[in-house]
Design a protein around this ligand. Structure first.
Ligand code: NAD
Length: 278
């Protein structure tokens, strides 16, 4: 697609939609608006702004598509269902979104993300970033793993697995496991157990633990075998994991700042509590 009048002031925009009919319709609507607008240039390569259309899952996928360009990319989510946690606009608010992008001064809302380093016994090292969380599980048998926080041996975990979430991920899988909800401006990680074994012989702390920015979490599995590791919406089966390290990444995710940004507490209330009768 060729667009004319590309200048330094032009915003390069990538549009990414899921396969739902409604999302495709919104995407094609946006394409036709941006195509003839000299303020915007449609490009999936080196975008300034990535617009996702769908739900939180679509935003998670877009984050991973552009995770190596986080220092220069800002995201905006359009939801084609209920308002999500990463989506500021509903599908009927496109005009509002375009107005906001036209008046945009480059401001962003930035939230911490998680860095995970997985080491296998053959020396292979995998590095990943997560926007919501990373989990480590041992499906075939009880997972036994030593948990170290900031160099202190904290516990020997026995159970299904361990989840480490970001503040914005705290309302996702972490919450289903009984973890706390963290405001996204709090720079911390949360370590949450997945079905820990607790009896007179085996002990874990039992509650989720909030870890400050400077501290590293280390998980050292005590058994060989296959470990199932999830990073947001992707899952990997890895053999003989020796160590998994978790830190707050030095990069953050940046969202285009919007004047109509729904407050975090409103989102939490609407998602989990609903109408409050007075
Ligand atoms: P999906 O389609 O099954 O979506 C899961 C749900 O999680 C959706 O309703 C989505 O809106 C919601 N969600 C995603 N991120 C959220 C966030 N930060 N806060 C609140 N809700 C959020 O799966 P997907 O779209 O591929 O998303 C993957 C995510 O699903 C994972 O990152 C994980 O957090 C979540 N998940 C949850 C459970 C659980 O709650 N038991 C289990 C597995 C995965």
């Amino acid at each position: 697609m060729t667009q004319m009048n590309y200048t330094d002031k032009t915003t390069r925009v990538a549009i990414i939609a899921n396969g739902k009919y409604q999302s495709k319709r919104v995407a094609s609507n946006l394409f036709s608006i941006f195509k003839d607008d000299p303020d915007f240039y449609l490009s999936k390569k080196n975008p300034d702004v990535v617009i996702t259309i769908g739900g939180d899952g679509m935003l998670l996928s877009a984050f991973h598509m552009y995770e190596k360009e986080l220092d220069r990319v800002r995201f905006v989510g359009i939801h084609t269902g209920h308002l999500g946690f990463y989506t500021d606009y509903r599908d009927f608010e496109i005009d509002k979104l375009i107005d906001n992008l036209r008046n945009d001064q480059g401001e962003s809302e930035s939230y911490p993300i998680l860095k995970v380093i997985i080491t296998q016994d053959d020396g292979r090292v995998i590095q990943a970033r997560a926007l919501n969380e990373a989990t480590v599980k041992r499906i075939e048998k009880t997972m036994v793993a030593d948990v170290t926080i900031n160099g202190v041996k904290f516990e020997t975990f026995r159970g299904d697995g361990i989840l480490v979430s970001t503040p914005t991920g705290s309302t996702a899988y972490n919450k289903s496991l009984g973890g706390a909800i963290l405001h996204p401006t709090i720079e911390a990680l949360q370590l949450t157990e997945i079905s820990s074994l607790n009896n007179r012989v085996f002990r874990t702390v039992g509650s989720s633990v909030i870890i400050p920015q400077k501290d590293k979490i280390e998980l050292v599995p005590q058994r060989t075998g296959i470990y199932t590791i999830s990073i947001d919406n992707k899952t990997y089966n890895l053999k003989n994991v020796v160590k998994v390290e978790y830190f707050l990444d030095d990069q953050k995710i940046h969202f285009v700042s919007t004047p109509s940004h729904t407050s975090f507490w409103e989102r939490v209330r609407d998602a989990f509590i609903g109408e409050i009768k007075s």
